[in-house]
Design a protein around this ligand. Sequence first.
Ligand code: GLP
Length: 259
Amino acid sequence: MEIIIQSTPEAASRLAARHIARQIREKPDSVLGLATGSTPRLLYQELIRLHREEGLNFSRVTTFNLDEYVGLPPEHPQSYHQYMHENFFRFVNIPISQIYLPDGMTEDVPEFCAAYEDRIQEAGGLDVQILGIGTDGHVGFNEPSSSLTSRTRIKTLTPQTLADNARFFEAEGEQPHHVITMGIGTIMEARRILLLAFGQQKAEAVAAAVEGPLTAMVPASILQMHSTAHVFLDEPAAGELTKADYYRWVLEQKPDWQL
Ligand code: GLP
């Protein structure tokens, strides 16, 4: 695992965007796994800037989102469909036919989930998966105790995750308790993983994921088993890491081309 600590979320997001831009330039028909939440917003902004100002071309890129709320139609303001449209898709040139998100309104969840897995395989598998992290260490919506080999399926959110995300929902009772999420096994098959975490509220989960034992109780700790996982942090999110100075030192030694 490569731990990249930067002074600001902006700087960390710029470095993460560089990985994605390089990936797309080297393989224009790259398959990206995308995440939602407040964390990747700056990353999407930087990718949009690269598209506008440096001609980063998404026309052959295919995307698969990690998760979606069950019961929210795509046009619902809090659906992840809307989030992706508003924060990214409307500003870049990915053809709509190459954009995939879990369907929160599907009538047959197991069938949909199996088909979603098949679509990822047919597209050639995920080249890069972007991840945030929940305060309980979840990735996607794989809550603690999720099988570390799980595939796309329905999950029930923990009270902690519901509380963390309640601010996005105006009316009480509007927040779904169920989601469809790529599984941890699905995520782990991505050829490269970029996890971003910002703010002191993520520090404990980050330390558990990076330096703690590998355990289903901290789903992000499975990244310790991935050959090419990069963790982009700001200083507050790195605040609980015991080896932070070592990670900074490693980064300082790196040639620019490797960043
Ligand atoms: C949500 C999403 C995750 C996200 C996490 C953190 O529940 N399903 O993909 O990484 O919570 O969200 P945020 O970035 O807003 O802190």
